[in-house]
Design a protein around this ligand. Structure first.
Ligand code: DMJ
Length: 571
């Protein structure tokens, strides 16, 4: 497999010299065309949902019908769903932030109005706490923040914080789940009755460890500290349960506090735990998050990483367990861009894209040791993770190669998954047989990240972080313990007045001004003006002198105790 070697050239001079205006023009034209293609995809999915499934949760695009997936998940017997239950309009809630990004004020306002008047959580259904948190709570909070930001002018009529009221009501229904001896929440709750009798005590690390962004934001917005405290207490307890290697397992018991599954990695059951430590640090600025993240990330690089791939390992011994590439792991390069490990992100991203190219879409699980697809997990449910990482890498590098990746993904999605009634999941990537389900994250994330890949205007305006479900939350001074000066380049004019930061992008918090020359020659690829690569391509080191300057934060990297260059020095 051909993998051109990157050559990084770091001059603090104007790079206009290198930019070939004709290739810049080609990229602009391509971005414009691709934006329109992704817009069409979004509306094909959205309009069909609104026609055939709304206000139920999700669309069945082949039969043009609906599924109340959020509550059906939790109902061991489907007939126990209340007969008059119409779902929680999950796909609409999930679509609001994408509608805002697409600039569709009319549909955004219509959605807000409908939800304000009709959505209720006072229903007798058992739901998954994590899914409700990332889809419903995250969707509502993000849409509320977008609605009250005066620069967006999304609402023409009156808006009296109705989405926030809904979010608060939902958040209160979460709280009984946290009443456990460990303070780690149950994975399942009943909206109306709280925790059910004989409820399972098993949860996953990502399920209980990725609640802090939404619940923290809810506390900041309502002034009620209970949401943030509950999520933080659970997160801290989870962290206390780590092994001496700084590894966590995948599942645990919320009553006894014992680990149930010792094997873990960066994919299913753990993924967003890492993501939320880093993003909570960006959103709230608490050093604690950074300290936890730094140790967890370091351990992940030491025990899971094998070249560009990530296997699983036993949390107690660190010994490899499963050698698998999974579709969910593909978010990791995006997270690495936020951390500043752009070179590592780039090399893993390439492997995930290689898997996409090989199969047309990315299979759920590929057995690296047997070089074959997992016998049962052969599906692709329209997941967003590869698009997400591609977006981050393009923002960090402005390398047009990532635009080509996005274009290839758009082509495959239209070719294999588009049906008359929306976009259908792939049941088996070897036959491209389809399944009758359009997950709401296709609108919240897959289409959004593909659109943002070809449209810089949204992230260029303000500082956003995206939740694990792709909902943007603005980084605000008043929520932040400190906005480190090192995040801001002296070159940028930065409006310090007021609540809303402007003048730099979300990624500008992390990413140096992009200087990559618009050359298609990978040899001329560079990550940012300040970037000084680590001496060794695998980032291993004996001393700080072997570490360079981080591409995305422009901060000096240092050598960790276990011999990896990274942003290990506290700010
Ligand atoms: C999304 O619901 C979220 O990104 C979650 O964290 C895991 N992945 C799914 C989509 O694949």
């Amino acid at each position: 497999m051909f993998r051109p070697k990157h050559v990084f050239i770091c001059f603090l001079i104007s790079f206009a010299f290198f930019i070939d205006p004709s290739s810049q023009h080609v990229d602009d034209v391509k971005k414009q065309q691709m934006r329109e293609k992704v817009r069409e995809m979004f509306y094909h999915a959205y309009d069909n949902y609104m026609t055939y499934a709304f206000p139920h949760d999700e669309l069945k695009p082949i039969t043009k019908s609906f599924t109340d997936s959020l509550s059906e998940l939790g109902n061991l017997k489907l007939e126990h769903l209340p007969t008059d239950y119409n779902g929680s309009a999950v796909t609409l809630v999930e679509s609001l932030s994408s509608l805002a990004i697409l600039g569709n004020k009319t549909e955004f306002e219509k959605g807000v109005l409908w939800l304000s008047e009709n959505l209720t959580f006072d229903v007798d259904v058992r739901v998954n706490l994590f899914e409700c948190n990332i889809r419903l709570l995250g969707g509502l909070i993000s849409a509320h923040l977008l609605a009250i930001d005066p620069t967006n002018r999304l609402i023409q009529g009156s808006y009296n914080n109705e989405l926030l009221r809904l979010a608060e009501d939902l958040g209160k229904r979460f709280l009984p789940a946290f009443e456990t001896p460990t303070r780690i929440p149950y994975a399942w709750i009943n909206f109306k009755k709280g925790v059910m009798e004989n409820e399972t005590t098993e949860t996953s690390t990502s399920g209980c460890g990725s609640l802090i962004l939404e619940m923290g934001a809810l506390s900041r917005l309502t002034g009620d500290p209970r949401f943030e405290s509950a999520a933080l207490r659970a997160l801290r307890q989870l962290w206390r349960m780590r092994s001496s290697l700084d590894l966590l397992g995948t599942t645990l018991d919320v009553v006894t506090g014992e680990w149930l599954e010792y094997s873990s990695g960066i994919g299913a059951g753990v993924d967003s735990f890492y993501e939320y430590l880093m993003k909570a640090y960006i959103l709230f600025g608490k050093e604690d998050y950074w300290r936890m993240f730094r140790s967890a990330y370091l351990a992940s690089q030491k025990y899971f990483r094998y070249g560009p791939w990530y296997h699983e390992a036993n949390m107690w011994s660190g010994k490899p367990t499963y050698w698998q590439l999974t579709s969910l792991q593909a978010f990791w390069p995006g997270l690495q861009v936020l951390v500043g490990d752009v070179a590592a992100a780039n090399s893993s991203h390439w492997e995930f894209f290689h898997a996409w190219e090989k199969f047309g879409v990315i299979p759920e699980r590929y057995l690296l040791d047997h070089q074959m697809i997992h016998p049962t997990e052969r599906y692709y449910p329209l997941r967003p993770e590869l698009a997400e990482s591609t977006f981050y890498l393009y923002q960090a590098t402005k390398d047009p190669w990532y635009l080509d990746v996005g274009e290839a993904m758009v082509k495959s999605l239209n070719r294999y998954t588009k049906v008359a009634g929306g976009f259908a999941s792939v049941r088996d990537v070897t036959t491209m047989q389809l399944e009758d389900h359009q997950h709401s994250f296709f609108l919240a994330e897959t289409c959004k990240y593909l659109y943002l890949l070809f449209d810089d205007s949204f992230v260029a305006k303000r500082n956003y972080i995206f939740t694990t479900e792709g909902h943007p939350i603005q980084v605000m001074r008043s929520w932040h313990e400190k906005l480190p000066e090192s995040y801001f380049s002296g070159n940028w004019t930065f409006s310090k007045s007021g609540e809303w930061e402007s003048g730099a992008s979300a990624l500008s918090m992390k990413v140096c001004p992009s200087i990559a020359p618009n050359s298609r020659l990978r040899e001329q690829h560079r990550e940012s003006v300040c970037h000084v690569p680590d001496q060794k391509i695998d980032h291993k080191c004996w001393s700080n002198r072997e570490c360079g300057v981080d591409a995305t934060t422009c901060r000096q990297r240092s050598c960790s105790e276990v011999g990896f260059c990274g942003l290990w020095n506290p700010l």
